[in-house]
Design a protein around this ligand. Structure first.
Ligand SMILES: *[C@@H]1O[C@H](CO)[C@@H](O)[C@H](O)[C@H]1NC(C)=O
Ligand SMILES: *[C@@H]1O[C@H](CO)[C@@H](O)[C@H](O)[C@H]1NC(C)=O
Length: 232
């Protein structure tokens, strides 16, 4: 019974908690002298959500996005010195996103701004020609826009996806000949967006005559780790 109640509570918390990681709180706002006074240019209040406001402010390099009265979006670079107030003052549902609160009459819901990810590119020095086994493949990844971007890689070596920004993510060696597709998944540190994905192919060759494969006699076919050793 208590277990059922426990999971019910977790469920409720998940449903009502603000957008992941980047929520700063509900801050009192002065309508006459706004702390968050900058509008992110033209936008449609009727379709404003926490995400559209965060990315609209991020596009202008502001640090924070503040939502007021269910649909208005303001940007700023500092949080009000008084600190966040009671959550109950941000009681207006976002017009375009009724599961979220977008401020109140005299309060704003503040989130960190964010930048849409765009222009992800992945390449390696093994793109133009095949590379010999056990040669270091140097990988190059870049993104045109984004904030706090982190990368996860899948090197197609059976190990699956790495965690965020692992050390040595930009180089790999393959000891078994074959064709590999390296994939990169970009997101911001708080996984705000859908992953941006890019891929590049690497062909790993065993130059004839240069590679010796010695297999344990009980194994009929060559497969690394299957009783075989490979010497280049
Ligand atoms: C990620 O979350 C942390 C903790 O809430 C926050 O300080 C940071 O600004 C967030 N970053 C982005 C890009 O949303
Ligand atoms: C992750 O690594 C990339 C490439 O080295 C770097 O530009 C980026 O700042 C790193 N992200 C974080 C959050 O440290």
């Amino acid at each position: 019974m208590s277990q059922i109640l426990g999971s019910f509570l977790v469920f409720v918390v998940l449903l009502t908690s603000p957008v992941s990681g980047a929520y700063e709180g509900c801050f009192a706002e002065s309508v006459r002298r706004r702390h968050f006074a900058i509008s992110p240019g033209d936008y449609s209040p009727e379709i404003t959500s926490t995400m559209t406001c965060r990315t609209a402010c991020g596009a202008f390099d502001y640090k924070y996005a503040a939502l007021a009265q269910g649909k208005f979006c303001f940007c700023g670079n500092t949080l009000p010195a008084a600190g966040p107030g009671s959550e109950s003052l941000c009681d207006v549902d976002c017009v375009a996103e009724p599961t979220q609160k977008c401020g109140g009459l005299k309060s704003v819901s503040v989130h960190t701004a964010s930048k849409m990810l765009a222009g992800l590119q992945l390449t390696s020095d093994a793109v133009s020609s095949p590379i010999a086994v056990s040669t270091l493949v140097t990988i190059d990844v870049s993104i045109a826009t984004g904030m706090d971007v982190t990368y996860q890689f899948d090197y197609d070596d059976g190990a699956g996806r790495t965690s965020n920004n692992v050390t040595d993510m930009l180089s790999r060696t393959y000891s078994v000949p074959g064709e590999y597709t390296i994939q990169v998944f970009a997101n911001d540190v708080n996984q705000t967006f859908q992953d941006s994905v890019a891929a590049t192919a690497v062909k790993v060759e065993a130059p004839p005559g240069l590679v010796e494969v010695e297999c344990d006699p009980v194994f009929a076919t060559f497969e690394e780790g299957n009783g075989c050793t490979l010497t280049v």
